[in-house]
Write a protein of this length. Structure first.
Length: 175
């Protein structure tokens, strides 16, 4: 005797379709771009008209729909599937660059590169959290603390500058 598993139709639908929704933190992200980057994006929009896509928002079985412009699309002007992009574009580029494709060299590594670049440039954890869409800067600190530059010398210099005379160099023998 065989057994059948009853699965609600909306669950089956979800398995077959990409699920769209707001970022995990449910907050929008507003980033400032350099004028050059804005210029490149504007040119891309002129060269490749955005595709308007109406899609279910979070629950494909729900009637709620949202229409969005897709700035980057497939060659057939459809939505880019993350797995297809990873397998057909990202990984071949990584291999062509002579890098072994691993989780550490995946697309998500760009997010960590972005975060480490901002931290290295002296950006605050609070500003980085906002850029990454984290609602809790403590979470950002826990995830990226290992990327923060060593600050022992910077800390010493800050206190020396605070208490030292203008133009006076601190005597290393007193430290």
């Amino acid at each position: 005797m065989s057994a059948y598993l009853r699965v609600p139709q909306e669950t089956l639908y979800r398995w077959r379709k990409v699920k769209y929704g707001p970022p995990a933190a449910r907050v929008g992200r507003h980033l400032r771009y350099e004028p050059e980057a804005v210029q490149v994006l504007r040119q891309h929009i002129k060269d490749c008209d955005p595709v308007t896509l109406t899609l279910p928002w979070e629950n494909p079985a729900d009637d709620e729909r949202v229409t969005v412009p897709l700035l980057f699309t497939t060659t057939r002007r459809g939505a880019i599937n993350r797995r297809t992009f990873d397998n057909k574009s990202w990984r071949p580029a990584v291999v062509a660059a002579g890098i072994t494709p691993t989780r550490a060299t995946g697309m998500h590594a760009l997010r960590h590169f972005y975060a480490s670049s901002l931290l290295d440039a002296g950006e605050s954890i609070k500003a980085l959290a906002s850029s990454l869409g984290h609602t809790d800067p403590g979470f950002t600190l826990r995830v990226y603390t290992h990327l923060m530059p060593a600050s022992e010398e910077r800390t010493r210099r800050a206190i020396d500058d605070l208490f030292g005379l203008p133009g006076e160099e601190a005597d290393p023998a007193t430290h």
